[in-house]
Design a protein around this ligand. Sequence first.
Ligand code: ZN
Length: 413
Amino acid sequence: MNHLIIDPQKDYLLIPGLVWSCIPGEPAGGLAVYISRGAISRVIPASSAYEGSGENMEVINMPEITLMPGLVDCHVHFSMDCENLFQAIDDWENRPQLVEQRVLRAAADYLSAGVVAVRDGSDRNGIGLRTRDNINAGCFPGPLVAATGRAIFRKGSYGDFLGPGITDIDEALDQVSRLKAEDIDQLKVVVSGLVSFREYGNVGPVQFTVPELRKIAETAHGLGISVMAHASSAAAVETCVLAGVDSVEHGYFLETRQLELMARKGTSWVPTLSPLGNLVKTGSLPYEGAVMDVIRRSFETQLLRVKEACEIGVALGIGTDAGANHVFHGSSYHDELGYYLEAGLDTKTVVSLATSVSAKIAGLGDRIGSITPGKQPYLVGIETNPQDTGLSRPGSLKALKNPAWVITPGSCR
Ligand SMILES: [Zn+2]
């Protein structure tokens, strides 16, 4: 993989076989992408590309390549180890160097998987937030990070590794302001518990009433930040949608009624298929018998809902929940895309969700997600036959897996 880091002092002319500027539009040949002062300046006919090109311009020919916006993962946890949450939490306190190494590796793994931007779904130690700042400061290469810092959850309920916890709603509103001062990009709120592996459909109680959650969402919106809400069960999802959160995370066991409500209210859904999907597919786990049946049944229900959501017109964000057991940073993104195909979505729709739609949900829609003037050059180049991107054929997203080029700006703020 070639990682091209765009120097803001230089101009670049990229001349690929095809440019796929706006997905789901069509890729087009005979074009060049002109990058100037760290931003995409123009997409121009390749034949006229050299006119007026100055000395300070680097020209890169990539004839076998389709250049397209990079992939966006709407839900990751840099803080977690993809294996054992309790061990990871212990590591935060007792093995900070190990955590740092893990973060570094995760950041690199995102780039080699073509994932140029991620939204971090919080941890109580602020590791995701620090990772964003360190990447922005140029300490190490990595994707563009939208961070939620620490999450809001009700003390005594699920979520104590994600944030400090609140006891009443005034405390929650205080915490929103404090998190804003810590410079979070979005607010994470925990509204339900985890999906049970033992009892199908059990996800724990709903942590907030609609009026309570509405106050939190309105306070966040008043400070200019969107709200991502961890919620499974029909009741928890409905609470979120009625309260005006921006994206529902996981959403296991939601029903048609909530999907219709989401479509009407413009609430996005990030179904995170990999945590259960990867357990189902791996088959080398301590889970067996009845437990495995619950996991499989929950996963299959989720696939059906994803297809239904697509038909109803709910904006779906691709998010892996990377860091969870068997959900690896970077590579699991391609597992996640595969599950969308398994759910019955076509390749082009999935690539569109993976780029422009997810960029918007992550709050990065004005910066990335298309190759258009003013956007930042977070791009990937995938090897393709110029006659066929390989992505227009049903059932094939393989071309995305190992990008030949990953392009990111030198500094992103
Ligand atoms: Zn998560």
